[in-house]
Write a protein of this length. Structure first.
Length: 583
């Protein structure tokens, strides 16, 4: 089934949840007028449907190909990427002083969402570049910004993030890559980089003439753990004095991974300094690597949360299309023996409505999170802390929903969903990576209870919970869930729960809080749809009333059942020793 950009839904959520009109009232985002926003939403929708979506299947079946250190993308990908750059889609929220358009991050996130729904794996390329732009803009010197940002912002070059090493996994503090200062010769003032990194998304490709790698490494005598880590800009190709691409750096793609999904996204093993001639520039100061990298990671975590929305949208569209066409059996309650399209059967309706409702809820959560990033950019009170709390929610809950909806999509297809012919299986395979990278969802939950619960002395969490409780109004299930979340938060913040207890309950707590937040946003949308002028015949508003009602009546009560797990403590997890557990 062909992909259709959900443009009207996106505009509705931007207007009423992100409140993008309020952002445009500030000089910083004055260009984000209503006409401009609608033009961007419609324009990227047409682009994604015309350029990215037709390549989705080829990307899965052909995939990125590695040979002798070079990675070749499937036919059509270079042209589509060139069109993406030519259309200015890469530069939407880039700083204007470096040739960006200076529009809100919310619109940049929307572009990734639309393109990712059209072609999930391909969109990982610009997604990582956006994070590199943010890190260099926040922590680079004036000279580094001038040298690297214009081409990264335009998309002429792409960027990567190099954290993980084979022996370290998620334990970044265990990395061994080294950076030796260079004191003489043509590279004096730089660092000689040596080490290997794994799982580097689009670490090598043939889409652009240069790739700018941000690499974590240790300087001589650096302290152990994360305290001793510094960050370096390591280009695939050096730049000459005028900033043009010059001779190659000693950077090699050793191989690419053979993965369950996202076959069009080359996941690279990168070797730096195999010939002892790899040079990079420090960014963010010595031992400032984690601070600089977290700027990029937080951006990436929200964008990975967007991937949950992307795959949910695509899988739901395909499931609805199949269910509309597939005729099988009479509807039990119809009184007729004539077979009907399976979309008429109650359980299929349940799956489709659940999928659509979850997709819209997580989209609202995504735009709510990105709008607070924009408000933090404007320096508005409480926005930064709210964005920090929402980040693990959209990354964790958003990608969990993506997996659930992709799985439902396979189920709606029945046996045809389990074979590759229909494409439903691709969405299921592609979705599975999102809860893993950029910090597993367990790490997101640990971050939520370990850092975010006590942010600003607990005021940041209390403020969100108070807003949810106030918004719940006459919705008893949402009010009860908000109270349950507050009960868990109080228990975790008090002296009764140990660190192990809090971590044991962190995942169900994250799901509860995310569901309550989505419940608040869905209730707001329900009220807005109900108050819209007209005779009630608008199919979009009719659907909005039903999907929001379904979330409040079905998904919100489900989350109440997680309270015992959130507060049960860690004892049961250690009731068996490792040998007994594996018996």
């Amino acid at each position: 089934m062909d992909f259709r950009a959900p443009s009207r839904e996106q505009i509705f959520v931007l207007k009423h949840i992100a409140k993008i009109g309020e952002l445009a009232e500030h000089e910083r985002f004055a260009n984000a007028s209503e006409d401009m926003v609608e033009a961007i939403v419609e324009g990227i929708g047409q682009f994604a449907m015309g350029e990215f979506a037709p390549l989705n299947r080829t990307g899965d079946t052909v995939g990125a190909q590695w040979k002798d250190g070079a990675v070749t993308m499937p036919d059509g990908f270079r042209k589509a990427y060139d069109e993406f750059v030519a259309g200015g889609w890469a530069s939407i929220d880039g700083p204007e002083e470096f040739d960006g358009q200076g529009l809100p991050y919310s619109l940049s996130a929307l572009i990734l969402e639309t393109c990712g729904a059209a072609n999930f794996a391909f969109t990982l390329c610009p997604m990582l570049s956006f994070g590199a732009v943010e890190a260099i803009h926040a922590h680079g010197s004036d000279e580094q910004k001038a040298r690297y940002l214009p081409n990264l912002i335009s998309g002429a070059w792409t960027g990567t993030m190099n954290l993980t090493e084979p022996q370290a996994g998620s334990d970044v503090g265990a990395l061994r890559a080294t950076a030796e200062p260079v004191t003489d010769g043509p590279h004096a003032g730089k660092y000689r980089i040596k080490g290997q990194k794994i799982y580097i998304t689009f670490g090598e490709h043939d889409l652009t003439e240069n790739i700018i790698h941000l690499v974590l490494a240790r300087t001589p005598g650096a302290p152990e753990g994360t305290r001793g880590i510094s960050l370096f800009i390591v280009p695939k190709n050096h730049l000459d004095a005028d900033g043009n691409v010059a001779e190659p750096n000693d950077v090699t793609c050793v191989s690419i991974e053979h993965k369950l999904g996202i076959h069009a996204s080359p996941t690279c093993v990168m070797a730096y300094g195999e010939k002892d001639e790899c040079y990079g520039e420090m960014i963010g100061g010595e031992f400032g690597g984690m601070k600089a990298m977290f700027t990029m990671m937080n951006n990436a975590r929200i964008n990975v949360g967007s991937q949950g929305v992307q795959i949910s949208e695509r899988a739901t569209q395909q499931a609805i299309g199949y269910a509309t066409e597939r005729v099988q059996s009479a509807r039990a309650g119809s009184g007729s023996k004539d077979p009907v399209a399976i979309i008429e059967h109650p359980d299929v309706r349940r799956m489709l409505l659940r999928s659509r409702s979850l997709t819209q809820a997580t989209r609202a959560l995504l735009y709510y999170a990105t709008s607070h990033v924009d408000r933090a950019t404007l320096g508005l009170e409480g926005a930064k802390a709210r964005a920090e709390i929402l980040t693990p929610l959209i990354k964790g809950y958003g990608t969990d929903v993506g997996n659930e909806v992709a799985s439902i999509g396979v189920q709606v297809h029945g046996g045809m969903g389990f074979v590759e012919e229909t494409g439903a299986a691709q969405h299921f395979r592609d979705a599975r990576i999102a809860p893993i990278y950029e910090g597993t969802n367990g790490i997101q939950a640990a971050d939520l209870v370990g850092r975010k619960l006590g942010l600003d002395g607990g005021e940041a969490m209390n403020s969100l919970l108070a807003e949810i409780k106030l918004s719940a109004g006459d919705e008893p299930a949402l009010s009860a869930l908000a109270q349950a979340v507050e009960d868990v938060a109080i228990w975790m913040s008090g002296g009764e729960a140990s660190i192990d207890d809090r971590l044991a309950g962190s995942y169900p707590f994250m799901t509860m809080l995310a569901t309550a937040t989505c419940g608040m946003l869905m209730k707001q949308q329900h009220e807005i749809a109900r108050s819209e002028p007209g005779d009630g015949s608008d199919p979009f508003l009719q659907a909005k009333l039903v999907t929001t009602r379904y979330y409040l009546d079905h998904l919100v009560p489900e989350a109440m059942g997680l309270k015992p797990a959130a507060m049960s403590g860690a004892d049961i997890l250690y009731a068996l020793d490792s040998d007994a557990l594996s018996a």
